[in-house]
Structure formats: C-alpha cells, structure tokens
Design a binder for this molecule. Structure first.
Ligand code: NAD
Ligand code: IPM
Ligand code: MG
Length: 358
C-alpha cells in the first residue's frame, strides 16, 4: 500500500507524526505501508509557491490513500486567495473527487465529563455526519469582491458567492448516506434550508427520490438552524445526518464538542470507489502549534477510518480504535480533554501511549 502523508501546517506535523508511529507499528507487524511525505497548504506555498504543488497532487493521485494533518496559518491569510493554504485543501478534495466526507461524532464514555454538555445529554452519543465535500458555496461560480453602485449611487465593494448543487451531486452523496444508515441504526436526517433556499429545495426533493431505493431507512428532514439547536438539546436523536458542504462544516465542528473536543473527531473523504483522504476535522490550531500539546487522537482515528473504508480491513481499524479506547480508559488526556484526576500528557506522549496499547 502506498500512502501519501501530507502534514501541512501548524499542529499538522505534530499530530501526523503520532499517526505515523501507529503506522510504523503496523509495518513492523508485516503491513507493508510505504509512506511518502509531501507539502500542502502553507508548507506547499513555502516550498513551491503553490498550496497544492504539482508533485504533491501527483503523489496523492498515485497513492492508495492520503493522510492529511491540517492547513492554514495567520502568516498566509493575506496572500491572494488562490495561493492560500485552504485553497490547496479544497483543490485536492476536488481533484481527487472526494465528494463524501464522513465525520463520526462518538463519545468515549470516560470523556462524558470533558464535554461542555451535561453527561446525561451526551452519554452513548454515536452520530455519523455525511458532509458533501466538492460542491456548494465552496466551489460555486460566480464568486468575488467587486465594485457596484451603493444606496447613495457611489460605488462600494460587494462580496458574493454562489450556493449551487446539481441533482447528480446530491444523489451520489445521498446514496452514500443511505448506505451508511443501512449499516447503522437505519435513520437518516437530511439537513438543509429548504424554507429559504432553492438549492436546498432541490436537495430535499432529490434526497426524497433516493429514499425510494432504501425503504428500510427512516428519513427525516430538518432545517439547519433547528439542527444546530437539536444537536445541543438532544444529540442522541440523530443516527446519520446528510448535509451540504457549508452546513456540514459548521455542524461537524459543533458536534465535535459533544465528544469532548474537536481533537477527537476523525474524518474520511471518499470518492465513488472508496479511495480516500483521511484527516482530523480540526484545523492547524496556530494558537497551540509547536507546543506539543495538541490532541493527536482525531488523526490516529483517521488512520483507523482509512483501514475501514479504503483498505477494507476492519480488524486493523478495530485494533487502532481499541488502542485509543484503552488509553482513554487508562486516563491519558491531552490538555483539551483533561479533567481532574487524569494523567495529563503531551501530543507525543499520547502517541506513545496509543502505540503501547496496540
Ligand atoms: N482541515 C483543515 O486543514 C482545516 C480545518 C479547519 C481550519 N483550518 C485552518 O486552521 C487555521 C485555524 O483555524 P481555527 O482556529 O478556526 O480552527 P482550529 O480547528 O485550527 O482551532 C480551533 C480551536 O480548537 C483547538 N484545537 C484544534 N485542534 C486541536 C487539537 N488537535 N488538540 C487540541 N486543540 C485543538 C485550537 O487550539 C483552537 O483553540 C485557519 O487557517 C483555518 O483556515 C484548517
Ligand atoms: C480549512 C477549510 C477549507 C475546511 C473546510 O471548510 O472544509 C475546514 O474547515 C474543514 O472542516 O476541513
Ligand atoms: Mg471545518
């Protein structure tokens, strides 16, 4: 297996190094994963004046899977938009056609007290958010900032983006979500804003059409503002959520806090053949970068997802997830999930603890 490893920026290299330790253990046990590192995001810009250097994209295309840390940082925020780290991430998702982004929010029982919500609200939480990843307002044209006449007739700046979905884009991600629901609790909630947006109206219609192929799945629809509220009021009402790119981005960060920390949520971004890119849902966390205090578990759990979805090796995925369960049960905590009485560890120490638990 060939794995493209793209650490990126900020805490990216720190957390990816811990996931690489886990992969090295698997290699020692005979797995044969060939890892090749390449720059992306700000690191890509620094190396090649491109947030997605040609060589990185070539490596990612040739690889069986991609492991990514995170991109972005304040030093890049004033670059022209096409040169910004985030654009490199969006481009690799688009280039590899990774339209289905799986973001599981799962609460490890010992972390109930790390969540900012009451333990009884989050205990037993297990939600899968399926976020469409290559469409929506992220990629819609036209977009830009330009001068237009203002209310007083004088020119003023106007910023605009386009929210757009075709029925084929909605249909393919809906099929992925229904398929996942079939393997879980058979309940799917489609989240949109059909009361206001035509784009969402079409989303709702197409999801209803796809539902005919999955009579066993109980489908509901919810407006995104209500969904944001319900996720905090009673998150356990959800099994699988399917939603568009921007709503999924926001709701998954929100859902991450139900599991104790954004540092706990992994993700898989898949194409139609389950080839994929794996990354934590969080960003490069510039505020804690270089301090060896970031939580690497979301990245390590992303490696488990890689085994489950791209390599179809559930036993290895279980092995990694069980090691994470074990270190949490043993009381190891990075700062973001620390509660009194636990063992506070650094990013590196957490990686070592997972390796020891394998
Ligand atoms: N997929 C990605 O690469 C990705 C995702 C989100 C944001 N970003 C980028 O990251 C930069 C920072 O964005 P932001 O601050 O809005 O979001 P962020 O996710 O980087 O950080 C938000 C907060 O969560 C904390 N945090 C995040 N990951 C953590 C971890 N593993 N362990 C402990 N704490 C963690 C951070 O310290 C910060 O306080 C921006 O440049 C943004 O564009 C990248
Ligand atoms: C950095 C940004 C482009 C990205 C997104 O919005 O998709 C991030 O927030 C994420 O959730 O992966
Ligand atoms: Mg996000």
């Amino acid at each position: 297996m060939k794995l493209a490893v793209l650490p990126g920026d900020g805490i990216g290299p720190e957390i990816v190094a811990q996931a690489v330790k886990v992969l090295e253990v698997l290699n020692k046990d005979g797995m044969k994963i060939e890892m090749e590192h390449a720059p992306i995001g700000g690191a890509g810009y620094d190396a090649a004046r491109d947030p997605l250097p040609e060589a990185t994209l070539k490596l990612a295309r040739a690889a069986d899977a991609v492991l990514l840390g995170a991109v972005g940082g304040p030093q890049y925020d004033t670059l022209d938009r096409p040169l910004r780290p985030e654009r490199g991430l969006l481009r690799i998702r688009k280039e590899l056609n990774l339209f289905a982004n799986l973001r599981p929010a799962l609460l490890y029982p010992e972390l109930a007290s790390a969540s900012t919500l009451k333990p009884e609200v989050v205990a037993g939480l297990d939600i899968m958010i399926v976020r469409e990843l290559t469409g929506d307002v992220y990629f819609g044209q036209p977009r830009g900032i330009e001068m237009r006449p203002g209310p007083d007739g004088r020119a003023e700046r106007v910023g605009f983006n386009t929210m757009i979905y075709s029925e084929s884009e909605i249909r393919r991600v809906a099929h992925v979500a229904f398929g996942i629901a079939m393997k879980r609790g058979k309940r799917l909630c489609s989240v949109e804003k059909a009361n206001v947006l035509e784009c969402s109206e079409l989303w709702r219609e197409v999801v209803l059409e796809v539902a005919r192929d999955y009579p066993e799945v109980e489908l509901s629809s919810m407006y995104v503002d209500n969904a944001a509220m319900q996720l905090v009021r009673n998150p356990k009402q959800f099994d699988v959520i399917v939603t568009g790119n921007i709503f999924g981005d926001i709701l998954s960060d929100q859902a991450s806090m139900l599991s104790g920390s954004i540092g706990m949520l992994p993700s898989a971004s898949l194409d139609e053949n389950n080839k994929g890119m794996y990354e934590p849902i969080h960003g490069s966390a510039p505020d804690i970068a270089g301090k060896d205090i970031a939580n690497p578990l979301a990245t390590i759990l992303s490696v488990a997802m890689m085994y489950r979805y791209t390599f179809a090796d559930a036993a290895t995925a279980d092995r990694i997830e069980n090691a994470v369960k074990k270190v949490i049960a043993q009381g190891y905590r990075t700062a973001d999930i620390y509660t009194e009485g636990c063992k506070k560890v650094s990013c590196n120490q957490m990686g070592d603890a997972v390796v020891a638990a394998m």
